[in-house]
Ligand binder design. Structure first.
Ligand code: GLN
Ligand code: ZN
Length: 756
């Protein structure tokens, strides 16, 4: 029997973010469309050559994208909203980037909405469908890329995002996207025939929707779609990932497709049931190497599992999902500690692992003895390294009592202690934490990182910025001040860099959306806090004003959700460790005199599991971790939290259970819609509904903000309301922030007057 290697998809940004720089030069008018396309072709050719050299048998094409593969699919289908003035020819780059980024200036158009791709940190452009919209094959990118690779000598496996997943992600205006199923399928059929005629043997159709809770309509669409595709074009490898098929297993294995890919990193337990359910002639692709995390695989353990199977049938070994979600090459990471580095595998190393598995399965372990020994040694080292396992952390966790996750008194008692201590006016005003990260702030940080200025000079600069921000806040009359976060590069990285158990990389970028890339911290070991992280800055800031200065921290769930997290213990265990470390910081801030401490949980919602039945468990530990972080203080110390989104309806009981004294949320864009939900739920604590949408350069006037506040007051008693923007201001310019906050304070005053 033969085992082969597939990769499902490879990072498209290039090892040195070449795509980012090419795109941004093009957008800035510095290079032509021809030059951009040439750069992209160069990247694709390099990616194919690399995967081929590493031993991949099924090399994907069509996984490259100028912006996003969901947007590519919308372009393929001609699902271009009318506002972009598209004439119905092939979708060119102009239209494509308009959909991705909007068009500037007067008469410009907003971009398509963007949201998270399943439970990853990658963002896709939400497809839009309007009633009566004509759909037709409008981009042959999949075919073009296939032919381009073929001309270079690679017979590849084109990748398409499947029709049911695309429809499931689409937003219909006056139309249910699934009403358009047949039109969409006709276009896929046309393309599949073209691919077959061009010589493609296989096509990979990604249907991650198969790991979600599906309704009857989606299930019927799967059956209908794949019946229509059967024997239409190339053989179909139906790829599922991000979780187990579970109740959709029967559906997936009954579809008339020639191959099925399953995720065995997220759901290793499904191997046996998949084997039992899949017809014998169905080629299975086993996602045994984690495609979305950075850990090196334990190859001998995998072989123990796969060898008996290889004696019985052909199969493919593959990463669990596209390698899009991991950095390109560990080889570029020169400054990592070697002990940590040996635990890691990025996209290139993951293909090497798959090639090693293949060789061992086809020819016996002895032919790759060296690679297997190295893998086992790294795995053994991870199990025992003192760098990972810190007995002091384990002891502290074991000593956690339920009391530690509970404030001393209920909110009703705490609030009187806080009111007595803070003595704030009605409708108190505050901001979410950061002030504009200006060119000057970024330049100073870059100079400091390069060693051009020393720590003293850099700190002096930051202090001056902070002091200025404080003076200005006093001048405009804000009630609870912030220091501005000028010293922070990123709200997670700043803490990760100071906590034990995290590693940081120089070149390990992954695409977040479009040209934007991030370097998530790598949480590899037990987390502890060697020393206070924010207390000195807070002390400096509070020393500059009489008004209350907020302590500003990132919460444990957010730190967890924005990192690559170790896979040798449950995520909740890592989260508890972070919670204890941040709890110490909260207590230290209080001891230093802080009366208000904000713990941001910007990413709590995005950690929600894909399957509903797993929500309660996640929310249970996430809320407990927040409470563990927040509950070490006296009643009079006011704990704030902040969340940057507007979908709360389904998690309100958990938000309530967090028991923060004050929560600030995003409400400006939705006209306070959310406030109703909080009111209906009878949320008992204080709320700052955002009245200033910080996502746009627009400066709202004070009447507009007062109007929003009146809406909120219509639903909630005035004692419960705070006045603040939707989120931090770091992406805005001072020219926008200054007048907007002046107007915001005026709006709060207007409400105070009308109340009095
Ligand atoms: N305190 C952070 C800031 O103001 C919060 C950012 C966020 O929620 N994304 O920047
Ligand atoms: Zn926010």
């Amino acid at each position: 029997m033969t085992v082969t290697v597939a990769t499902l998809g490879f990072p498209r940004i290039g090892p040195r973010r070449e795509l980012k720089f090419a795109l941004e030069s093009f957008w800035a008018g510095k290079i032509t469309e021809g030059e951009l396309c040439e750069a992209a072709a160069g990247l694709r050719a390099a990616v194919w050559a690399r995967q081929h050299a590493l031993g991949a048998d099924h090399i994907p094409t069509g996984d490259f994208s100028f912006y996003d593969h969901v947007l590519d699919t919308s372009a393929m289908l001609g699902a271009v909203p009318a506002r972009y003035g598209w004439t119905g020819d092939a979708v060119g780059l102009g239209t494509y980037f308009a959909m991705a980024r909007g068009t500037p200036g007067e008469g410009g158009h907003i971009a398509q909405e963007m949201t998270k791709w399943f439970d990853t940190n990658y963002h896709y452009m939400v497809p839009e469908l309007a009633a009566g919209q004509a759909l037709r094959l409008s981009s042959t990118k999949a075919l073009d890329d296939y032919l381009e690779a073929k001309a270079l000598g690679y017979d590849t496996r084109p990748v398409l995002l499947g029709p049911v997943t695309w429809l499931s992600l689409a937003k219909g205006r006056d139309v249910d996207p699934f009403d358009r199923l047949d039109d969409v399928l006709a276009i896929y059929c046309e393309l599949l025939e073209k691919l077959r005629d061009a010589g493609a043997q296989w096509v990979q159709i990604d249907e991650p929707a198969l790991v979600l809770d599906l309704d009857g309509r989606q299930r019927a669409a799967f059956t209908r779609a794949y019946a229509r595709f059967a024997r239409r074009g190339p053989k179909i490898m139906l790829a599922t990932y991000f979780g187990a098929l579970d109740d959709n297993l029967g559906l997936a294995t009954s579809l008339p497709v020639e191959g099925l890919h399953v995720d065995l990193a997220r759901a290793p337990e499904q191997l046996d049931t998949v084997l039992a359910a899949a017809p014998k002639e169905m080629l299975l692709s086993l996602g045994v190497v984690d495609g979305r995390n950075v850990w090196r695989a334990d190859l001998e353990t995998l072989l123990d599992r796969l060898e008996p199977l290889a004696a019985r049938r052909d199969f493919i070994v593959a990463p669990s999902c596209s390698l899009l979600h991991v950095p390109v090459d560990l080889g570029l990471e020169k400054s990592l500690d070697p002990e940590v580095a040996q635990w890691l595998a990025f996209a290139v190393q993951k293909i090497e692992e798959l090639a090693t598995l293949k060789r061992a399965l086809n020819g016996g372990r002895h032919i790759v003895a060296g690679a297997l020994a190295a893998s086992s040694q790294a795995a053994a080292n991870r199990r025992t390294s003192p760098r990972i396992h810190n007995p002091a952390v384990a002891a502290r966790l074991a000593a956690v009592t339920p009391d530690m996750a509970r404030r001393r008194s209920p909110y009703a008692e705490r609030t009187s202690a806080q009111r007595a201590q803070l003595n704030l006016p009605a409708f108190p005003t505050t901001t979410i934490g950061s002030f504009p990260q200006t060119e000057a702030v970024r330049a100073a940080r870059a100079r400091f990182n390069r060693g051009d200025i020393d720590a003293g000079e850099y700190e002096g600069f930051l202090r001056a910025e902070t002091e200025q921000a404080i003076r200005w806040q006093e001048e405009v009359g804000l009630d609870v001040l912030v220091h501005g976060e000028f010293e922070r590069n990123d709200m997670v990285q700043y803490f990760g860099e100071q906590l034990a158990g995290f590693a940081f990389t120089r070149n390990a970028w992954v695409q977040s959306y479009g040209s934007r890339c991030v370097r998530p911290p790598i949480l590899y070991g037990d987390v502890s806090r060697p020393t206070a992280m924010t207390v000195d800055w807070w002390r400096y800031a509070q020393g500059a004003t009489e008004r209350p200065m907020k302590g500003m921290l990132t919460g444990p769930v957010t730190i967890l959700n924005w990192s690559f997290v170790r896979d040798d213990q449950p995520r909740e265990a890592s989260c508890r460790q972070i919670a204890l470390a941040i709890r110490d910081e909260v207590v230290d801030l209080e001891a230093a005199g802080a009366r208000v401490i904000q713990i941001d949980e910007a990413a709590l919602r995005e950690g929600l599991p894909l399957r509903r039945r797993d929500w309660a468990h996640y929310l249970g530990w996430a809320v407990e971790c927040f409470r563990l972080t927040a509950s070490g203080v006296e009643d009079a110390t006011q704990i704030h939290t902040h969340m940057c989104y507007s979908e709360f309806n389904d998690i309100l009981p958990s938000i309530g259970a967090m028991d923060a004294d004050v929560i600030s949320i995003e409400t400006a864009r939705s006209q306070m819609e959310l406030i109703e939900a909080f009111a209906d739920y009878k949320y008992p604590n204080e709320i700052g509904p955002g009245v200033y949408d910080i996502h746009a350069p627009r400066i709202p006037d004070s009447e507009e903000m007062a109007q929003l506040l009146r809406l909120a007051r219509g639903h909630l008693p005035p004692e419960q309301l705070w006045v603040n923007p939707d989120c931090g201001l770091k992406t805005r310019k001072w020219e926008e922030v200054r007048p907007a906050l002046v107007n915001m304070v005026a709006a709060a005053r207007a409400l105070r007057e009308s109340a009095a």
